[in-house]
Design a protein around this ligand. Structure first.
Ligand code: SAH
Length: 243
């Protein structure tokens, strides 16, 4: 059947994929995705046809998926984490306007924020803001504004894309902005390679985080004024009642 599923495969390990996502990958004809994600699922669905495109070739990847579906195939376009959180779901629905005969269904997954939160303890229990530090698609001024607004409002902040080769000082810049409203002792956490080989976590203060080097496989958590370090776990209380 010519249909496309945009599937969030979770942060990495097979066990963190939903049963629905796994069933769709089992039943589809073709799996399309960025090379790294295809490598993550390949061993579990080895009888499938795989099509990959490199990073930054997102539009091309979407069109490839629609062209395959047009041939009468059921296609799964895979994304890490959740397909609708900095994933491909939006672009697929936008490009889908040019392929009105092909239905697109989005299948959710465990996003890095919740996958990483579970590793750290319970940092996101209360209101939080999810902000990407990538200025490829968002102007840096807007990112700064969001960091300041979220900090002033005492949100827990979760950062995606905290660094890259070209943006190695962005985390420091972000921390310096948040330090205008958050105390240097604010409890923070980092998790690298969630659900993947070599997973690492660290709980530290905001002052320490500002000096830490992280890479693009890391998700960063900055607590609110109530967040605590309980025996090495990052824990945000459920509310402000006992302030
Ligand atoms: N759709 C993805 C997010 C893509 S944006 C999701 O829902 O998780 C890419 C950013 O997400 C990375 O730079 C990193 O900050 C975070 N991320 C994604 N997978 C991760 C993992 N397995 N471990 C740590 N961080 C991850």
């Amino acid at each position: 059947m010519n249909k496309i599923y945009v599937v969030g495969i979770g942060p990495g390990e097979y066990e963190q994929m939903t049963i629905k996502a796994a069933n769709i990958l089992k039943s589809c004809d073709v799996i399309v995705g960025y090379t790294v994600y295809v490598d993550l699922v390949k061993e579990h669905f080895s009888d499938k046809e795989f099509l990959t495109t490199p990073m930054r070739k997102e539009t091309q990847r979407c069109e490839l998926a629609f062209e395959e579906a047009r041939k009468g195939k059921t296609v799964a376009m895979i994304c890490s984490g959740d397909a609708g959180v900095y994933g491909m779901a939006g672009l697929m629905l936008e490009i889908g306007v040019n392929y009105p005969e092909i239905p697109v269904e989005v299948i959710p997954g465990v996003t890095a924020a919740t996958g990483g939160a579970a590793v750290l303890g319970a940092p996101l229990i209360h209101d939080f803001a999810l902000i990407s530090l990538s200025d490829l698609l968002t102007p840096w001024e807007k990112i700064e504004k969001r960091l300041l607004a979220a900090s002033e409002a005492d949100f827990v902040v979760c950062l995606y894309n905290p660094s890259s080769k070209k943006r190695h000082d962005y985390l420091k810049r972000a921390c310096d902005l948040m330090l205008r409203y958050k105390r240097p002792e604010t409890v923070c956490g980092t998790v690298r390679s969630i659900g993947r080989e070599g997973q690492e976590m660290e709980v530290l203060t905001l002052a320490e985080l500002a000096e830490k080097e992280v890479d693009m496989f890391t998700t960063v958590f900055i607590g609110n004024s109530q967040t605590k370090n309980i025996d090495g776990k990052m824990v945000t209380p459920r509310g402000y009642r006992y302030e």
